[in-house]
Structures are given as structure tokens and as C-alpha cells.
Design a protein around this ligand. Sequence first.
Ligand SMILES: Nc1ncnc2c1ncn2[C@@H]1O[C@H](COP(=O)(O)OP(=O)(O)OP(=O)(O)O)[C@@H](O)[C@H]1O
Ligand SMILES: [Mg+2]
Length: 227
Amino acid sequence: MPARGFFVTGTDTGVGKTLVCSALLHALAARGVSAVGMKPIVAGAVDVDGRWLYEDVEALRAASSINAPDALINQYAFRAAIAPHIAAEREGVSIDVEVIERAYAKLSALADVTIVEGVGGFKVPLGPHVDTADLARRLNLPVILIVGMRLGCLNHALLTQAAIGAAGLQLAGWVANTLDARMPMFEENLAALNERIAAPLLGVVPAMPQPKPQSVAELLDLGRLIP
Ligand SMILES: Nc1ncnc2c1ncn2[C@@H]1O[C@H](COP(=O)(O)OP(=O)(O)OP(=O)(O)O)[C@@H](O)[C@H]1O
Ligand SMILES: [Mg+2]
């Protein structure tokens, strides 16, 4: 199978991108497709016994079916859980999408499919003149949109769809991830999105007490993503 990649974005930060990326990696491996996760930019470290760990990077590494060098999985890591361009400025770092592009070229050669998790939503600034949409465009990858199902998601999802189109990228699919188990009119909102998003719905993930990527993988339909 020729190497392929997807750029995973979300309607916001904290909407389940890492959970669904990890689930996609498991679902691919279950189909016999080798898959690796990439988190080029991460902001927010946790102190685990005196070691700074980045949960997204760890989760994607754990869900990948191949081992890859750390430097290819993540290029920019900022300890503070703040907007990446502000974190970068505070640390005197400039986020260079070419560096990420080169890492992607090497990483994607190691697996059949590479899943790249963005940072926050689709238009998060990465520096004075570059944002996440530019990164996705530079990598030239079809996009998977994770919609965090809660009040306000229709506007966020449709704005994101418009921004993906404006970047000249294909929306390959979307996932409805339930953030609010008691969301009123859930089915009506799901239907409203389905009518307006011009890409296949890859799965509906319920709110889970202890979400595990392996369980979420079983809810995803990769048939229309990977022929
Ligand atoms: N369907 C779900 N049911 C229960 N908890 C969920 C669900 N989806 C996500 N979560 C939880 O919500 C939190 C945020 O999810 P996740 O880290 O995947 O979001 P993200 O979009 O990757 O965030 P970030 O913008 O920080 O990268 C995590 O603790 C995750 O376990
Ligand atoms: Mg994440």
C-alpha cells in the first residue's frame, strides 16, 4: 500500500483529537495496516516523577504499530499549556514548518499510514505569519475533523470545514465525539452536521467513563478512508 497520511484537526482544543488519533492507529493496525502517529507541536507538559512528559506524544507513540524516533514524532514541545505561538515566543523558538515537513517525510516512510495530530483547532497561530492551516497545507494531507459534540459545535464544525476548503485541502472524513453526555438534541445536531459536512462520518463516539483507544477503534469505519 502506498504511504498515506492524514491531518487530524478538531473544532477546538480538548475535543478528543488524541483519543481519536490513537483509535485510528489501532483501527489501522487491526486491518493489517502499519500506522504511526505524529504530534509536531505540543504545548503542556506533565511532571511524572521529575520527568516532563507530553501526554499526546506518549499516547500516539503507544498507539502506533511501529517504533519511530522521538525526533520524528514531535518537533516542538513547550512545557506551558498555552497557545503555541506565545509559548514559542516566550522560549525564543520559531516554529518552522519546513522542519516539520522534513520530519514528516522521514516518518511517513516508516509506515503505511501516518496520522498527524494538529494543535488546538485548525487556525491556531504558530508564529507571526503561519498557522495550523498552513502546516496542513504544507504537508498537503487530507484532513479528518473531530467534532466535539456540545452546544456550539455546529458553528465550529462548519467554520472549520470552510477553513479546510479555503486552504485547498480535502476533508476526508469526520468523527462526532460526544463531550457532553446530556447534550440536548444530540441526534438533531448530528443530523444537522451530516447534512452540511461534505465528507463521510467515520464514527460516533459516545461519552465514555474511561475512554480507551482500543474501544473507540471499534466504533470507527475506515472503509471510506482506506480503500
Ligand atoms: N468520548 C469521550 N468520552 C469521555 N472522555 C473523552 C471523550 N473524548 C475525549 N475525552 C477526554 O477528554 C480529554 C481531551 O481529549 P483529547 O486529549 O483526546 O483532546 P484533544 O483534542 O487531543 O486535546 P488537545 O487540544 O489538548 O490536543 C481527555 O481526557 C480525553 O480522555
Ligand atoms: Mg491532543
